[in-house]
Write a protein that binds this ligand. Structure first.
Ligand code: PGA
Length: 233
């Protein structure tokens, strides 16, 4: 079971360090792997504040080249240098706002893995795609560019459930996760309005291997509650 908190563009260095110091005081279940994903500038203070704990620190994105003329970008070796353990790739907000495609996503995943980072790659359909009956086709396309790797995890995040308070039912999540696993046999996290009060039911689904949590990961108590909900499910 893996619970990852995606902080998005929240928590600058000081706030990230304070949150991390608070989080390390909280009792988290031993059978749950816990990860936080701060913005770039907050990675190093978070790594330092969580030193000697089992909590992993992931970036939210990572370039597909190791270095070069890519203004504004950050590479996998740079992330490794500051002690980052892994990275998210192809979050739907990046597919939506930053021109991320299946091909650039696959390139980022390949390089990050080759450089020794763990990767959580995000897939998921929009509301229009779901209503048009295209969910399976979208997942086939997005997963089809990926290859199996022991350090790769997929996050199924239906775009219509992200930040909307509209969660996929456990049945919808289970079904999409089964589709993804039939394409690539990897752990699959669910993401999209996961909260302390719906986490247990979602995480109890057999094909749900964890959660990628946005809004509810910004508060220590609610994030810890979701981590506890993942225990023994
Ligand atoms: P949310 O975000 O939990 O706020 O819906 C999830 C995500 O975008 O990873």
């Amino acid at each position: 079971m893996l619970i990852a908190g995606n902080w998005k563009m929240f928590k600058g260095p000081a706030e990230a360090a304070a949150f991390s110091r608070e989080l390390r005081q909280v009792a988290l279940p031993d059978d749950v792997d816990v990860v936080v994903c701060p913005p770039y500038v907050s990675l190093e203070p978070t790594v330092q504040a969580l030193a000697d704990t089992d909590i992993g620190v992931f970036a939210q994105n990572c370039h597909w080249e190791r270095e070069g003329a890519f203004t504004g970008e950050v590479s996998a070796p740079m992330l490794r240098e500051v002690g980052v353990y892994g990275t998210l790739v192809a979050h739907s907000e990046r597919r939506d706002w930053c021109g991320e495609t299946d091909e650039t996503a696959a390139a980022r995943v390949r390089t990050a893995l080759a450089e020794g980072l763990h990767v959580i790659v995000c897939v998921g359909e929009t509301l229009a795609e779901r209503e048009a009956g295209q969910t399976d086709a979208v997942l086939r396309r997005q997963v089809g560019v990926l290859e199996h790797d022991d350090n790769l995890v997929i996050a199924y995040e239906p775009v219509w459930a992200i930040g909307t308070g509209r969660t996929a039912t456990p049945e919808i999540a289970q079904q999409a996760h089964e589709t993804i696993k039939s394409l690539l046999d990897l752990p699959v996290l669910y993401g999209g309005s996961v909260k302390p009060d719906n986490a247990r039911e979602l995480l109890a689904q057999p094909a749900v291997d964890g959660a990628l949590v946005g809004g509810a990961s910004l508060d220590v108590e609610s994030f810890a509650a979701i981590c506890r909900a993942g225990s023994l499910t």
